[in-house]
Design a protein around this ligand. Structure first.
Ligand SMILES: *Cc1c(COP(=O)(O)O)cnc(C)c1O
Length: 641
């Protein structure tokens, strides 16, 4: 498919890299729309994102919207568990895989429910890291024989809850993060007469590379040193409870970018396991924590937003690494546990938002034709513009124009230039810059200053959403997330832009994109056509982003639609559930306001104006209703259809 401009779907693919980060779930369709294949093993099921947008509008759900594809969640659970099962079978590993999903990565009930459901055939369990998560896991983990792994700092109540779970027949593993937790657990267990399942978290020296490097190494916040682990094992023996010690845990960080850190950690962990075994502590499980990375920027490299290995390689390194050390030491292979969260949930959700405006650096501009007795600066600027065509001297034009512009501002302050003249100079300046950019587009060598101009001339597309709510990590830790248009990818994108959100915060922007195979500050998007809404999707938001949002500017949670595909109709899907986001009333209530009282106060003000005769009674009723409707309404901008 080639359009008039010679632009093809392959060009779009090259630019936006959808299949590089899409993990088989996303691709660009021949019609230029984004397509979803929720189960890559069943490629005949293919959903056009445009139909999803239509359905959302028909349901009357306002944008921005979080779209969740439950099938993708299921597929990822199956992928991970099958990867372990396959490699365990291939290399004749004697233990089993008993993975757990760490619910901190996305605690939404629907997400956890789906994962538990999809994980049933694999005895897939849950991991909790706080009391609230433990309460959720206790109620949600209904998979027989699966583990519930309990990490994080614990108090006595936490221990009691875990032991209560044991009473109910669940395999709750209390992972000891610091030594004093062990004595607390033993004391509580003895009081209640319930045998706990105990794990110990090791502080290992292998470190992840990347943004979460400090989760591992000697200064890690969590875990026992080797000496403390030996103490712990001996203490349990003294207490007659060594049979309760079942699991060795380590976690060297999230989003591990380099497979070598996985290999190092496995070797070290395996050595600790085999030595404990030989000391008379035969553990059943080795838990390798999380860290399985996502290729957010599609470069398959060790860049912070990528990783240099596949899921299969990750799993193979764990299984082979453990087997090798155990075989050398002649120790039985333990069951393997991993706590992959990011890899399970990242792909299943995205944020869909509409571009509601364009902000140009150059602004609107005014008529710049020559006027009588205009200042020399104005005519000089005009001369530069007119001589741009004999273009071998773009750099000089740039230098001159920049100098005149600076001088013009000084002249204005000194009352030498009028406001109108300054506006002309500014307008001419931006026209010159556009001319220079166009002139240098095909040049072989472009000086740095002129290259930077590409960024300063780029537009800002205003997106109806809040970075702080929907993509906290792009702001907090420079996380890169793929952003692509959902339609029109069969047209050549003509506008270089960065994205800004609707919060009153200049940090509320996205100016880091994977374009081609590079990380750039500008993303090529399409011209906005009047009367035709333009939607972009921010992808891979299912891990952490979905649940970490804050209340900056009181925007609150987004509307959500939950999509399921039909097996019998490959193009069809249905919205199984709409979860309404925050209303204005909701977010104000969280901040201790009383919306009902506010409505009565405003009504009283209106009534007073009506009594004074400043407002007609009928108008007063309209304002009262309007205020209440806004309180009940969505916090984001209302966009016309
Ligand atoms: C955060 C965390 C995880 C999840 O890590 P991912 O990189 O998202 O897979 C697993 N285990 C522990 C102990 C964690 O703190």
């Amino acid at each position: 498919m080639t359009s008039e401009t010679g632009w093809t779907i392959e060009d779009a693919e090259q630019l936006y890299g959808v299949s590089r980060w899409g993990a088989g779930y996303f691709r660009i369709g021949d019609n230029g729309n984004l397509h979803i294949t929720p189960d890559p093993d069943n490629p005949s099921v293919r959903i056009d994102f445009k139909s999803v947008l239509n359905e959302i509008q028909q349901e009357g759900v306002q944008f921005p919207v979080v779209v969740r594809f439950h099938d993708i969640l299921r597929s990822q659970v199956t992928r991970l568990n099958s990867a372990f099962a396959d490699i365990i079978r291939e290399c004749d590993y004697q233990g089993e895989y008993r993975g757990v999903y760490p619910i901190k990565v996305n605690q939404m009930r629907e997400v956890v429910e789906e994962i538990v459901y999809a994980g049933k055939p694999f005895k897939y369990g849950l991991e909790a890291g706080s009391k609230a998560e433990l309460l959720a896991a206790l109620a949600m983990n209904t998979n027989e024989d699966s583990l519930t792994v309990l990490n994080g700092y614990k108090d006595e109540e936490f221990m009691r809850l875990a032991l209560m779970g044991r009473r109910l027949g669940n395999r709750m593993v209390v992972v000891v993060e610091k030594y004093s937790e062990l004595t607390l657990l033993v004391k509580t267990a003895k009081e209640l007469g319930i045998d706990p399942i105990i794990g110990v978290r090791a502080k290992i020296t292998a470190k992840g590379r990347g943004k979460w490097e400090s989760s591992g190494g000697e200064r890690a916040k969590f875990g026992l040193t080797i000496a403390e682990i030996i103490h712990a094992a001996r203490y349990l023996k003294e207490q007659g409870m060594e049979h309760c010690l079942k699991l060795l845990h380590f976690h060297i960080g999230s989003q591990l970018t380099d497979i070598r850190s996985v290999q190092e950690a496995i070797t070290e962990g395996a050595r600790i396991y085999t030595e404990l075994y030989k000391m008379g502590f035969p553990l059943d499980y080795v838990d390798v924590g999380g860290g399985l990375g996502i290729d957010y920027d599609g470069t398959a490299s060790t860049s912070d937003s990528s990783r240099n290995y596949s899921m299969q390689e990750y799993v193979a390194n764990i299984v082979h690494g453990m087997k090798e050390v155990c075989d050398l030491e002649d120790v039985p292979h333990p069951n393997l546990v991993s706590e992959s969260g990011r890899a399970i949930t990242a792909h299943h959700s995205c944020v869909v938002t509409q571009i509601v405006g364009e902000i140009k650096a150059s602004g609107a501009g005014i008529d710049t034709s020559a006027a009588d007795s205009e200042h020399l600066f104005v005519s000089n600027m005009r001369d530069i513009l007119q001589s741009l065509n004999d273009s071998d001297n773009l750099q000089r034009a740039y230098n001159d124009a920049s100098r005149y512009k600076e001088q013009a501002i000084d002249a204005f302050k000194l009352r030498v230039l009028s406001l109108e003249e300054l506006a002309k100079i500014e307008t001419l300046y931006w026209q010159i810059m556009e001319g220079i950019r166009n002139g240098s587009a095909d040049a072989e060598y472009v000086p740095d200053e002129l290259q930077d101009m590409k960024y300063s001339l780029s537009s800002q597309y205003l997106c109806n959403f809040s970075i702080f709510q929907s993509a906290a990590d792009t702001w907090a830790i420079d996380q890169l997330l793929p952003v692509v248009p959902l339609t029109r990818m069969n047209e050549k994108p003509q506008v270089n832009c960065s994205l800004v959100d609707i919060t009153c915060d200049s940090d509320g922007k996205i100016d880091q994109f994977a374009v081609g195979r590079e990380i750039t500050h500008i993303l090529p998007l399409h011209k906005l056509n009047t009367g035709e809404p333009y939607f972009v999707g921010m992808f891979l938001t299912g891990a952490y982003q979905d649940v970490m949002g804050d209340m900056h500017n009181l925007f609150g949670r987004l509307n959500e639609v939950h999509i399921f595909s039909y097996d019998d109709d490959p193009e069809d899907f249905y919205i199984e559930e709409v979860v309404h986001g925050s209303s204005v009333k909701d977010v104000l209530t969280i901040m201790q306001y009383n919306p009902q009282a506010m409505a009565s106060d405003v009504k009283r003000m209106i009534d007073r104006q009506v009594a004074n005769g400043h407002i007609k009674p009928r108008e007063g009723v309209r304002w009262t209703d309007f205020y209440e409707a806004c309180l009940n309404g969505y916090t984001y901008l209302k966009t016309s259809k």
